[in-house]
Design a protein around this ligand. Structure first.
Ligand code: CP3
Length: 353
């Protein structure tokens, strides 16, 4: 089945993405890409010349437009809402900024017990109404073509930004807070669990049909730290999510953490590229669906090479129901758009059954 048939013929309840998330058979392997809306797309860069990143996020029409760009350009099997994992922490008053080139910066990081004690719970409904409004508009504009995925950062990854003030190599401030002030760490995580549950449930109520938790930097933790400082909070979060819609649980550098991520929760476990998909699926458990896991750097190479690597990922999935094709992390900014288009076509063509 070609991308055109798919776009015109499939209504959302029949969407391969939703079937695969439930480990039901699909006519081909559904594919979407983390960061499919973003700077590798010329139409996104054109908008960014005129508007700041946060400005785009806060204007539902703009956010909806950016969400739809890759759906139209690539023929992917799902849309992911254009937003950011850090929008939720802006109301903590930590001074969130997106600076050119540097990525996110938090001007007033939270590193001490006293600073954690000074935080107040986040009033999600008041803080990010624009995210929910964008979800409503996207869902209407999609008209059932493909499902809409909502998302949030997982509490560890979001906490790591709040504590470090930005990206970090070693996450030493975060680990020091965890080890030296475990009660303060728990309080910070509890604030984020509560806000994240409301944020995701709000997106689901506004029309998202699945949600993904991005625990992008959790791989800096060893299994024992995950067990002690992350797992109980993740369990709490999964329990607080509205039942029904599939939840994707993604992290990077997680080869040693997959059994614990599985124990934490998620219908679909997201795999990065540092693990073979078959080994990762075995570790996540065959009673879960998996998502992944082509190295995003492969998209810098020509389609003939991309084809070989897509084949490897599909072979490792072995036609087992419950595989959603994705990269092992987000699309890189340097990626040629034609290569991304080729990837989507290759996955559809090579997995057709
Ligand atoms: O996937 C999508 O297309 C939806 C949109 C989306 C964005 N951020 C838009 C964005 C998603 C799912 C995210 C999640 C996100 N944000 C994560 C988890 C995913 C991951 O990559 O691990 C993280 C860690 C962030 C925090 C963040 N926001 C960083 C590190 C950066 C800068 C560096 C970078 O990779 O772009 C951002 C900014 C950001 N978020 C941009 C976009 C399109 C670029 C902003 C710009 O236009 O300058």
């Amino acid at each position: 089945m070609g991308a055109d048939d798919k776009l015109s013929g499939v209504t959302t309840p029949d969407a391969p993405f939703l079937h695969a998330a439930r480990r039901e058979p699909t006519p081909y392997t559904p594919v979407w890409l983390m960061r499919q809306a973003g700077r590798y797309l010329p139409e996104y860069r054109a908008l960014r010349e005129r508007h700041g990143f946060l400005e785009l996020c806060k204007h539902p029409d703009a956010a909806a437009e950016v969400t739809l760009q890759p759906v139209e350009r690539l023929g992917v099997d799902a849309a992911i809402l254009f937003a950011d994992i850090l929008l939720l922490v802006e109301p903590l008053g930590v001074g969130l900024e997106f600076t050119k080139g540097e990525g996110p910066v938090i001007r007033r990081p939270v590193r001490t017990e006293a600073q954690v004690a000074g935080l107040t719970p986040i009033d999600v409904e008041a803080a990010v109404p624009f995210v929910f409004e964008a979800a409503r508009r996207v869902r209407a504009a999609l008209g059932g073509r493909v499902p809409l995925i909502g998302f949030a950062g997982a509490p560890f990854t979001v906490a790591s930004y709040v504590v470090e003030g930005g990206p970090s190599r070693d996450y030493l401030h975060t680990k020091r807070l965890m080890y030296e002030a475990p009660e303060a760490w728990s309080r910070l995580m509890a604030i984020l669990v509560d806000a994240t549950a409301r944020y995701l449930n709000g997106q689901l109520a506004a029309g998202a049909q699945a949600v993904q938790l991005f625990d992008s930097w959790v791989g800096v933790l060893g299994p024992e730290d995950y067990r002690a400082f992350v797992l109980p909070h993740m369990r709490e979060l999964f329990r607080a999510l509205a039942p029904g819609a599939p939840v994707i649980h993604f992290g990077t550098g997680t080869a040693a953490l997959l059994p614990l991520m599985r124990a934490a929760g998620g219908d679909v476990i997201g795999l990065d590229w540092r693990v073979d998909l078959d080994a990762g699926w075995a570790a996540a458990g065959h009673d879960r669906a998996v998502q992944g896991n082509l190295d995003p750097a492969v998209l810098l190479a020509r389609p003939a090479y991309i084809r070989q690597r897509v084949k490897d990922v599909l072979d490792r999935a072995g036609g087992r129901p419950g595989h959603i094709f994705n990269l092992g992390h987000g699309v890189l900014q340097q990626t040629p758009v034609e290569h991304v288009q080729a990837l989507v076509e290759l996955v559809h063509e090579m997995s057709a059954r």
